[in-house]
Design a protein around this ligand. Sequence first.
Ligand code: GDP
Length: 329
Amino acid sequence: MKRFELNYYLDGLKAQNNVALAKAITLVESKRKEDQIIANELLDRIVESRLSSVRIGITGTPGVGKSSFIEGFGNNLIEQGKKVAVLAIDPSSQKTGGSILGDKTRMEYLSRNPHAFIRPSASGNALGGVNNRTREAVLLCEAAGYDVIIVETVGVGQSETLVNNMVDFFLLMIQPGSGDDLQGIKKGIMEMAHGIVINKSDGDQAKLAKQSKKDLLSAMHLFAASDTGWSTKVELCSALEKSGFDSVWQMIQSFTEEMTSNGLFDQNRTNQNVSWFEERVQLGILMELTGKSKLNTLQSELKLKVQQNKMSVTKATTQMLKVIKQQLA
Ligand code: GDP
């Protein structure tokens, strides 16, 4: 990758240039030391560029219609004068057949719009995606003038929690289904969601979708009330017929208005920043330590002893921690 001076990125973002934005994201994703130095400086310089944006997380199983929805919804917002960035996290591209990264035809129309920016960011690593740079990408998009940031993920694994921790509004997309289908949706994710959108509410499925909405709403009565005072809303939509986009946007706006007036909007972002910092520091410490070959060897030896029942877990842990302490001293 060709590396530019810091000012190239700063000026490019300020000028809302999509090419510079893409290059800036590549820069922060780079693992090379020289790139990281400029990336850190760049991120530090844009930290002040506060713009009123809304960060929306979207999750749902493959095939539910996320990309069709984002394509239509995104274009709808652009028509209203917004700028829409879409960042996709693919937690396990091999497992899902690369449904986010691989499919080039996704959001074809939106991707050609100069007021849109679409970028997949792979995070298929063992650490549950904590090492990915999506948070940085969100900040860069905002610095480039994007005021609606959509972070999309496939509903598998831990990616929902990861995304929920970096957005303001978390949206779960489902399709019309029987009561049994709805029971299959993980309760934790439903509780996490600020809004549930039942897509494909069209044609033969329109009636079933209405019934699903009723079922969902009554099931959700059993959930513990959120401490933000917001109760999860359910909206119907058809990405195919381009209907329901306005009510989804209305729902998101009501949420941001309510959270802004009670101070929780900013507080949530601050909390997210603090836990982001803590997460990265912990990860850094872990990587520093596991990078030491002496510790790795010891860990393998102790692990084997535990496996073979030759040593108690307590003793193995104590021995391991003793050596870690020596390393840190
Ligand atoms: P994703 O994997 O969640 O991104 O889903 P896609 O957007 O790729 O959609 C999966 C399939 O569902 C495609 O064949 C779409 O044409 C279809 N689809 C998406 N939205 C709708 C909708 O609102 N109604 C109907 N009937 N089909 C839809």
